[in-house]
Design a protein around this ligand. Structure first.
Ligand SMILES: [Zn+2]
Ligand SMILES: [Zn+2]
Length: 266
């Protein structure tokens, strides 16, 4: 674990964290963009969720907001490191500090709590008085792309960023579990904003797939505003009956033909 002992190491740590956080976003976004818009473009062309073109300058606008988001995540990460050094957090580094079964359970618990927090925060952010100030920036992207994944107003970034650090004060988390959770978060956000459905046919009825949010599910949130508020999982939307009535029909439509079949017709 990094030791912050003076202002120089504080700023250096901050810089390294910013590079890691922003770099992780750029890396995932570039990888997904390249995979589905360049490398396998033809196979996935018919799986575009939204077909209206992205607005001029949308990529750079989203990247600009994502720089601000990364700065906020960095500031909060630094605060957690300082708290960790002072012994305030429950983060542990020796693998045997807790039983092995706790490791996967701790990750699942964080994902469940994060999901619950985000679902209700998201519902609140869609209230008319709040939406304009906090959440509109993210919804300026109607046709999303992996670049949309971190495109939030700083108020929203802060509200989103506080929950996992807060959990490090109450839940014992191995340092690598924190890393895995952050990776899942970035991966899920890139998949959900991809605007290309990458899940297989009938995955929306699969025992596991039905609980996972993907590009069609979240794409409908950006198109319709009133449905699909979840982050990683669909259960709150199913329980609260806020899942889009168009979801299964659209998912079926996007996944009906085998990959690349449409391109071979002509
Ligand atoms: Zn929203
Ligand atoms: Zn979104």
């Amino acid at each position: 674990m990094i030791q912050i002992t003076n202002p120089a190491t504080f700023w250096l740590t901050g810089l390294l964290f910013f590079i890691a956080i922003f770099g992780r976003y750029v890396l995932f976004s570039l990888l997904f963009w390249w995979l589905f818009n360049v490398s396998m473009k033809d196979q996935f062309a018919h799986r575009a969720v939204q077909t209206r073109p992205r607005k001029p300058g949308q990529d750079w606008r989203e990247i600009g907001w994502s720089v601000l988001t990364s700065l906020i995540f960095t500031a909060i990460a630094l605060a957690v490191i300082v708290a960790y050094q002072k012994g305030y957090t429950q983060i542990y580094t020796a693998a045997r500090t807790y039983p092995l079964w706790w490791y996967p359970i701790s990750i699942l618990s964080v994902l469940f709590i994060h999901e619950t927090y985000y679902y209700w925060l998201h519902r609140w952010m869609h209230k008319p008085g709040v939406y304009r100030w906090v959440h509109k920036t993210h919804h300026d992207s109607i046709t999303t792309s992996p670049w949309t994944a971190f495109s939030f107003h700083p108020l929203e970034s802060t509200l989103q960023a506080i929950v996992i650090p807060a959990l490090t004060f109450v839940l014992p988390l191995h340092i690598s579990a924190v890393g895995i959770i952050l990776m899942i978060m970035t991966f899920s956000s890139a998949v959900n904003h991809l605007n290309t459905e990458i899940y297989p046919r009938d995955f929306d009825h699969h025992w596991l797939g039905r609980w996972l949010i993907g590009a069609t599910h979240h794409g409908l949130h950006h198109a319709q505003f009133r449905f699909n508020y979840g982050l990683y999982f669909t259960f709150w939307d199913k329980w609260m009956k806020t899942e889009s009535p168009d979801f299964h029909r659209l998912f079926k439509e996007k996944t009906k033909s085998a990959l690349g079949v449409e391109d071979k017709k002509g």
